[in-house]
Design a protein around this ligand. Structure first.
Ligand SMILES: Nc1nc2c(c(=O)[nH]1)N[C@H]1C(S)=C(S)[C@@H](COP(=O)(O)OP(=O)(O)OC[C@H]3O[C@@H](n4cnc5c(=O)[nH]c(N)nc54)[C@H](O)[C@@H]3O)O[C@H]1N2
Ligand SMILES: Nc1nc2c(c(=O)[nH]1)N[C@H]1C(S)=C(S)[C@@H](COP(=O)(O)OP(=O)(O)OC[C@H]3O[C@@H](n4cnc5c(=O)[nH]c(N)nc54)[C@H](O)[C@@H]3O)O[C@H]1N2
Ligand code: SF4
Ligand SMILES: [Mo]
Length: 766
């Protein structure tokens, strides 16, 4: 028998003898969100272990989950709203005053410059996407049309391609694939699918399956690969085009399958029949025999799954590469087969593809607004321009763009150039320090939270977490911050909310009727959906779960769109009842639930192209392919001859979620890794200090000489150079902040995504 115990601000499940039990939640340090169980000692995470009952991770964790206390309880948690004074110092405000002043400041930006000059950045990280649903309400309340987040510096090139080819997002089933390809992706450390390391080891041990790793460095994943294809930096587009050249020229395409399922294939096949396989292999730095054997292995497989990630998404030709790798799976017929690529469902899709092919252009910078997002690399330039329509204010939630976006100094200047900037975070981050207002959020273990990262097919899952701690005093969950802001801005009133609350108190079905009616007569109310749901349905949910109320609407939408798959997953009823049943299961389960269960053959039904076929011919990509031979491979100069990967995932990196350097058990300062020859060239050894100089800046890092690195390529980890203030004083920095070395102009011409893995650099021994 479990009961709820309260003790010194903590609420915990305990048995009848008051013995604390394990609290189910998830790890928030990467998008896998592995289910974990936490044993608390007062507010500290005393122990963390994998949750064997979790629907997706089944007990799996990596070494990082055990260190989660450093997220929850690091020194310096914010406990009061802050306002910056003209002299740059901060004063504490009470919440009522803070909400009133923030609302007034944002409304005044609209009054002064007209609506549309506020930019909303962020809204969620590796573990928290519910905040973003409330952010949508704020945007609607203030007429904010400009938004962006970290996806617009990594995944928008991919989204540009997928919108055209599939009209939706696709993902591979690596647990089943005969051939798994990791392209600029090091899943051993970065993860990205359920039980990653277990699956990697399983593939490595299975003679019938193959792993192909395409990377510039011999990574931990590469060590497990059947084929490690070590490209030179900038060589990926040449390599993939050469692989496609082999597949086409040796007649290895899946012609019958293509005829049935693909539009535009003849044009694409023709384009690769001309590729000079020998020359392109040489340009990629890969032996042509390797290219041929890899191409044949791919074409001969019953299923191929590819995971591209930052190694190619943040490097030259990134959008072209996103297309080339999808041409491979398309021409060998590996979509909609078990172990291949497939579209998937989502409770809330992370991307919208409706504008694919006609993406609007940002009027200030001229950049393509893909999936509604301003390219990250153009935000600061836009604000610092003299364009009359430039943004005048920013609201930044759950993100640290001063640290995470290119050219930190420029983002600081852009914040300074705004009339008002508001940051919602747990800690005094590099970005919060620059803000006019800082609002302290409750942590992800102090409120209901979830993410929309799950991409499984044919089965997809979702995990809604309950708080395991009461909010730290002085903090508020985003739901409550946004409810108060909406009331202060005046876009919803108590009179609007009262009848909806009353209806929700009766039943969810009554609420559905009342909400539809109210939204029809008052569109502003519909735009505030998340806040309205929180206010009305929230009080009817179990203790601590009010913030999950917007998921009621998402469950309804999913049930409407895929009623059979939702029922096949065990939820019951029709129409609103089916959505209610899904919602009830989500609210109840701490182990995650299956939300949709399809048949593998349904894959094509999930495509959102006009005819539900794959549209492989993209004119801009065919042009880029035609011009590839004339492109340089390395983008370096005599002054900056080395390629720097600025921001690599390692054992103890987790974006900027962990600020306390003590969380790191290895690589405490975040070493600059370089090859023995590059080290010898400047007379450096492991442990020496090396200055890295780039066109954007310079920094000193500790060296780690490593034979996993190829000559002419060096790497710094991501997520270092964070300020941590143990005694509440001035922050101490550990390691190099990678974006002190990057520049906003170094980016993909189509998607505007940065070339952080390909920064020209030179090294000097200090
Ligand atoms: N431990 C840990 N895991 C994480 C995160 C974290 O911070 N720490 N962050 C999460 C996030 S937000 C993301 S987006 C993912 C990113 O996950 P990954 O993309 O896997 O991470 P990276 O280490 O940045 O880059 C992957 C690989 O690209 C290689 N690479 C560099 N340049 C090139 C090139 O020109 N060509 C090729 N083919 N490869 C190249 C690098 O050697 C590296 O092995 O990780 C997620 N998981
Ligand atoms: N040079 C270089 N730059 C990079 C990368 C790289 O490889 N190289 N990687 C890029 C990638 S792929 C990504 S995804 C970005 C990530 O960078 P960002 O998008 O900036 O995200 P995080 O670093 O995860 O920062 C999350 C912030 O959210 C706060 N936070 C945590 N929980 C909550 C919460 O519940 N509520 C609120 N309001 N705040 C919370 C944390 O304290 C932290 O300050 O970095 C990018 N930057
Ligand atoms: S860091 Fe990622 S893979 Fe590791 S335990 Fe956390 S969620 Fe799972
Ligand atoms: Mo990311």
């Amino acid at each position: 028998m479990i009961q709820v115990c309260h003790d010194r601000g903590r609420v915990y499940a305990c048995d009848m003898s008051n013995t604390p039990v394990w609290h189910k939640t998830v790890c928030i340090l990467c998008s896998n969100n592995c289910g974990v169980e936490v044993r608390l000692d007062d507010r500290r995470f005393e122990r963390v272990r994998g949750n064997k009952a979790h629907v997706a991770s089944k007990g799996y964790t990596c070494e990082k989950a055990l260190r989660l206390d450093h997220y929850q309880n690091a020194a310096g948690r914010l406990t009061s709203p802050l306002k910056k004074l003209p002299d740059g110092s901060f004063i504490e405000l009470d919440w009522d005053t803070a909400i009133e002043e923030v609302a007034a400041a944002l409304v005044s930006v609209n009054d002064t410059y007209g609506t549309g000059k506020i930019l909303y950045y962020g809204g969620g990280g590796q573990g928290n996407h519910l905040g973003g649903t409330y952010g949508t309400g704020l945007r609607n309340a203030l007429g904010i049309t400009r938004k962006s987040n970290a996806l617009a510096q990594e995944k928008t090139g991919e989204a540009w391609v997928e919108g055209r080819m599939y009209g939706t997002h696709t993902h591979g089933e690596f647990a089943e694939a005969e051939v798994s390809i990791f392209l600029g992706k090091n899943p051993w450390h970065s993860h990205g699918f359920d039980e990653t390391r277990r699956v990697l080891k399983e593939i490595a041990a299975d003679d019938a399956r193959s792993m192909i790793v395409i990377d510039v460095r011999r990574t931990e994943t590469a060590d497990l690969a059947d084929h490690f294809v070590q490209v030179v930096p900038g060589g990926d587009a040449f390599l993939l085009a050469a692989i496609l050249g082999v597949i086409v020229q040796e007649g290895l395409t899946a012609d019958d399958w293509i005829a049935e399922n693909v539009v535009g294939a003849p044009e694409v096949i023709a384009a690769f029949s001309d590729v000079d396989v020998d020359d392109f292999s040489r340009r990629a730095g890969v032996a042509v025999d390797t290219v041929r054997s890899v191409a044949r292995r791919i074409a001969g497989a019953s299923s191929v799954a590819i995971y591209e990630d930052l190694g190619v998404e943040m490097a030259p030709n990134s959008t072209l590469i996103s297309w080339l790798q999808r041409v491979i799976t398309t021409l060998v017929g590996s979509y909609g087969v078990e172990g291949g690529m497939s579209a998937h469902t989502a409770l809330v899709p992370l991307f919208t593809y409706g504008a694919a092919g006609k993406e609007p252009v940002d009027p200030v910078t001229g950049g393509a607004v893909i999936s509604g997002m301003i390219p990250c690399n153009e935000i600061a330039d836009g604000i610092l321009s003299d364009h009359p329509d430039r943004s005048r204010a920013m609201v930044i939630e759950s993100a640290n763009p001063v640290h995470s976006l290119a050219e930190s100094s420029k983002f600081r200047a852009a914040m300074d150039a705004c009339d008002v900037t508001v940051v919602v975070d747990l800690y005094m981050t590099e970005t919060a320090r620059e803000a006019d207002f800082v609002l302290p959020a409750s942590s992800q273990y102090e409120k209901a939270e979830m993410t929309f990262f799950a991409m499984g097919f044919p089965e997809n899952t979702a995990t809604l977490r309950a708080p395991i701690l009461e909010p730290l005093e002085g903090t508020l969950p985003e739901a409550e911050i946004h409810r108060r802001l909406a009331l202060a801005i005046g876009v919803v009133t108590e009179e609007d909310l009262e009848p909806l609350r009353a209806a929700a108190a009766e039943s969810l079905t009554d609420f559905a009727d009342a909400f539809m009616g109210a939204a029809a007569s008052n569109p502003a109310l519909a735009g505030m959906g998340a806040v309205v749901l929180y206010d009305a349905i929230g009080p009817t949910l179990p203790e601590g779960m009010a913030g999950a109320a917007p998921m009621w609407f998402s469950c309804q939408q999913l049930a409407m769109r895929y009623p059979d798959a939702v029922r096949a997953a065990g939820h019951v009823g029709d129409g609103v009842e089916l959505g209610n049943s899904l919602f009830a299961a989500l609210i109840e389960s701490r182990d995650g639930i299956v939300i949709t269960k399809h048949e593998i053959g349904d894959s094509f039904d999930l495509l959102r192209t006009s005819d539900q076929k794959i549209h492989v011919a993209i004119p801009e990509m065919l042009d880029a392919l035609a011009g590839l031979a004339d492109e340089p491979t390395r983008h370096t100069t005599d002054e900056f001859p080395i390629v720097l990967s600025a921001g690599e995932r390692r054992s103890f990196t987790a974006n900027t979620i962990m600020r306390d350097p003590a969380w790191r058990k290895k690589d405490p300062e975040g070493a600059l890794r370089l090859s023995p020859a590059d080290a010898a060239a400047i007379g450096a050894q492991t442990g020496d200090r090396i200055r890295v100089v780039t066109p954007g800046g310079s920094a000193v890092a500790v060296a780690e000489v490593s034979d996993t690195m190829q000559d002419g390529h060096v790497a710094l980890p991501n997520g270092l150079g964070l300020g941590h203030a143990p005694a509440g004083g001035e922050p101490e920095l550990t390691g190099v902040a990678p974006n002190e070395l990057t520049t906003t102009d170094w980016r993909d011409p189509i998607a505007g995504t940065p070339w952080h893995k390909h920064v020209p650099a030179r090294l000097e021994r200090v």
